[in-house]
Write a protein that binds this ligand. Structure first.
Ligand SMILES: Cc1cc2nc3c(=O)[nH]c(=O)nc-3n(C[C@H](O)[C@H](O)[C@H](O)COP(=O)(O)OP(=O)(O)OC[C@H]3O[C@@H](n4cnc5c(N)ncnc54)[C@H](O)[C@@H]3O)c2cc1C
Length: 386
């Protein structure tokens, strides 16, 4: 834990200072209205924190994933939520790794400055679920453009993004040698698309996450917006998912610290039966257990981030980090509510909000069972079940 706290101390301190300007009352008001934290996202953008993964040549700070995890961890430890903008950090990875020079020159500097928001990522579909090869949104090539038809679900921040990385089929699954062939990545300009073949419908959820459903009805996308080669999109998307999982894991670590900090403080101060509740081991031990579990998960997040920055494969570590961190933060959340008794349910304490927010991460961006299945079949050589 010490090592984690010592990494990037200047960045962490700067993020903490920024977050202090966005206290619980700010998030509570947004939560009630399910409104977008525009001022918070603007402040992070101006400070350059959302451009840490973009190379200096394109106007970012090129610091790498370990620095990005420090940013998100501190945001979450402060009681804020990076979910409104974390994708601005990593969605551009698909463009950076697989885009043409012209595409990178055109978009990356403006993404780094925040003039362009690329924080929508369209993969999930209602009929496919986790089985991504069964997506049906189809882009038909017609001369110098694609015509897109289909539907996506759970596409977060689509209303607050200028561009979207969209995974769609360009060849039907049945016509491909492998189910993962025949998918392509298009960069969709949302400013032109909405009302011209793209309809966005917000979905109200148990947390304030600006997530939506998308309907494509003959949406035209210029062929020059294809990223990489046609038919290879699944591979491109997969390569970006490790970064996403590690960063989400770091948010869980931050959440876990938030819950442990709050629970420890409350257990020291709250007097019942003439003594602080924290004197009872029945209250202490769950807090200590949460700390132990979080420390172990943080070690795995750090390892996965180091591997990523060193250019090592690390898919299994990214998955394990996400699973351990999301479970550790959920245990800490539950413990924190219990430690606070009735006050754990009061909006003004922020615990019930963070409790709802951190629950998401055992489901998205990938659910726990799918991680276990990966470890079982890819690491332990157990027979595949699907
Ligand atoms: C708030 C929110 C925001 C999101 N944002 C985005 C976004 O921006 N972009 C995007 O593309 N997607 C997004 N998602 C989608 C998210 O990635 C998926 O919800 C997640 O991957 C789980 O997929 P599913 O909901 O289709 O579940 P399903 O695939 O339907 O699975 C349902 C349950 O069954 C389990 N399951 C399924 N198959 C198996 C199996 N073979 N063995 C064992 N268990 C199995 C799963 O683990 C899960 O618990 C978001 C989701 C939410 C809720």
């Amino acid at each position: 834990m010490e090592e984690i706290e010592e990494s990037f101390p200047d960045i962490r301190e700067a993020v903490r200072r920024l977050c202090a300007g966005f206290p619980g009352a700010y998030w509570q008001a947004l939560d009630r209205e399910r409104a977008y934290p525009t001022a918070f996202v603007e402040a992070l953008t101006e400070a350059g924190f959302l451009a840490v993964l973009i190379p200096e040549a394109y106007g970012g700070s090129g610091l790498g994933l370990q620095a990005a995890t420090a940013v998100l961890e501190e945001i979450h430890r402060s009681g804020c939520n990076g979910g409104a903008c974390h994708a601005q950090m990593y969605t551009m990875g698909t463009l950076l790794k697989h885009g043409s020079d012209a595409q990178k020159q055109m978009y990356l500097p403006r993404i780094a400055s925040g003039d362009l928001r690329l924080q929508a990522f369209g993969v999930t579909e209602p009929g496919a679920g986790t089985d991504t090869t069964r997506i049906r949104t189809f882009a038909r090539r017609e001369g110098d453009r694609y015509i897109v038809n289909g539907q996506k679900i759970w596409i977060s921040r689509a209303e607050h993004s200028d561009l979207m990385v969209l995974l769609c089929r360009t060849t039907a699954r049945e016509a491909c040698a492998k189910p993962s062939d025949g998918m392509s990545v298009l960069l969709v300009d949302m400013r032109k698309a909405v009302g011209n073949g793209l309809t966005i419908r917000p979905i109200r959820t148990m947390l304030n996450h600006a997530t939506t459903e998308l309907f494509f009805d003959d949406l035209e996308v210029p062929a020059e917006n294809l990223i990489g080669e046609e038919g290879k999109g699944f591979r491109y998307i997969l390569s970006g998912m490790n970064a996403e999982r590690i960063l989400i894991a770091s948010e869980c670590i931050g959440d876990g610290h938030f819950f442990i900090d709050r629970a420890s403080a409350y257990a020291r101060e709250r007097n019942v039966f003439g003594r602080p509740i924290g004197e009872n081991q029945g209250v202490q031990f769950p807090i200590a257990r949460a700390y132990v579990q979080l420390a172990a998960a943080a070690g795995m997040v750090d390892r996965a981030a180091r591997m990523f920055d060193a250019g090592q494969a690390g898919g299994t570590e990214a998955n394990m980090a996400k699973m351990l961190a999301s479970e550790a933060s959920w245990y800490a959340a539950d413990m924190c509510v219990q430690t606070h008794g009735g006050f754990g349910f009061a909006e003004e304490y922020d615990i019930e909000r963070k409790f709802r927010e951190t629950r998401l991460y055992q489901v998205a961006p990938i659910s726990t069972n799918l991680i276990l299945s990966h470890v079982a079949t890819h690491v332990l050589d157990l027979p595949k079940s699907f």
